[in-house]
Design a protein around this ligand. Structure first.
Ligand code: NAD
Ligand code: ZN
Length: 355
């Protein structure tokens, strides 16, 4: 459990340019493989590589196209070969500068190159800052399945500069807020209230509020992960609140229709209605989520899609055991329970009532 807390997290505003000093305060480094995507590189590659070079670090810069297709075997091979050609060795480090795609990909390169290199993350999307950079899961996709090749590889440090969120497209930013709301619902009623009280500053990407919500979200995720690092006890499953419906929605609507956080938003409301159907969650609490997510500009309504297809997608979800539907069901804001053996009919009522 200690390994989760054993790495350094630095959260600030405008601390990006201090990355060189921060890394060298953690270990001595002579060579870094800096991996980013084309969008992020345009804004932030220079300050980061200059800051590393200022510490005497030789930097190999590898920039891949932005987007999910870069989380591939082909891109990995390119990165392994380019890193090798630029004399990577076992003392080199890997620095990921980007969103969840770059974090997962660069982490996978770090885990596999020369049987494992020290890895540092600079997450640049809200989703990456509050979710994918915490927990140690890294990996790539195969054409037939997402995140199917990978491993657990903890970073040695995560540097979060909330100022980089200023250049994030609005839709990407709002999508990340859905996961923030999720942490409130699953673990922390006071944090949920804080979010309700700070809608406008969140929409304005206010620096103070951003630092608070990013820090609290990381803390909450790290707590859960620390108690169930390898997903063995089931505790980590609570992070999947809203995600069974979300994954079905993403699959059936066609990838790309919904950003992940948008589908999470719809999915959380389905899970809340499921809680109502099961008699464990009250309508007022569903309304509070509805109101908060709507105010944050997130979609909350279930679109009209083939219900059979939604159900079969939920039954195929990898979190389903032996074909029986399991959901993270909310009991109150701040408390959710992994509930097995949910009849398909009830699960679909919670979906259909969202029309
Ligand atoms: P992403 O990395 O594709 O970033 C979204 C877009 O924003 C990209 O076009 C990117 O170039 C751009 N961008 C990033 N930072 C920017 C900035 N500061 N300014 C301007 N543009 C910027 O997507 P994402 O939503 O961050 O991550 C999604 C990925 O994360 C998926 O592959 C998913 O599987 C993975 N993920 C992993 C975990 C985990 O635990 N490892 C958890 C959740 C999600
Ligand atoms: Zn998610």
């Amino acid at each position: 459990p200690l390994s989760e807390r054993s790495y350094d997290i630095s959260i600030g505003t405008g601390n990006l340019a201090e990355v060189g000093r921060w890394i060298t305060s953690l270990r001595s480094v002579t060579h870094a493989v800096l991996i980013s995507d084309a969008n992020v590189a345009q804004h932030y590659l220079n300050p980061v590589s200059e800051s590393l070079e200022a510490e005497g670090i030789r930097v190999t810069t590898l920039v891949v196209p932005a987007g999910e297709p870069s989380k591939s075997v082909g891109t990995s091979q390119e990165l392994w070969e380019k890193a090798l050609a630029d004399r990577v060795d076992r003392k080199s480090i890997v620095v990921a500068l980007g969103g969840g795609v770059i974090g997962d990909l660069a982490g996978f390169i770090a885990a596999t190159m020369t049987r494992g290199l020290d890895f540092f993350q600079i997450p640049t999307t809200l989703l990456a800052q509050v979710d994918s950079s915490v927990g140690g899961k890294v990996g790539i996709n195969l054409p037939a399945a997402k995140n199917i090749v990978g491993c657990f590889w903890q970073p040695k440090g995560v540097l979060i500069d909330t100022a980089v969120l200023e250049t994030l497209p609005r839709r990407e930013y709002l999508s990340g807020l859905a996961e923030v709301v999720k942490y409130g619902v699953i673990l922390d009623p006071e944090f949920f209230e804080y979010l309700e009280a700070n809608v406008q500053p969140m929409l304005d990407r206010d620096a103070v509020v951003l630092q608070k919500i990013v820090a609290r979200s990381c803390e909450l995720k790290a707590q859960v992960v620390a108690e169930d690092e390898r997903e063995t006890t089931g505790l980590r499953a609570i992070l999947n609140y809203g995600h069974t419906y979300c994954h079905a929605l993403e699959t059936v609507s066609g990838y790309g229709q919904y950003l992940h956080g948008e589908a999470v938003s719809v999915g959380m409301l389905c899970a809340s209605r499921l809680g109502e159907k099961l008699g464990v969650f009250d309508q007022e609490a569903t309304k509070r989520q509805y109101k908060l997510l709507t105010a944050l500009g997130l979609p909350v309504d279930v679109p009209k899609l083939d219900k059979e297809a939604i159900l079969s997608a939920m039954q195929r979800d990898k979190k389903v055991e032996h074909g029986k539907l399991r959901f993270i069901v909310p009991h109150s804001i701040g408390k959710v329970v992994l509930t097995s053996d949910i009849p398909a009919g009830v699960a679909m009522e919670a979906w259909t009532d969202g029309y």
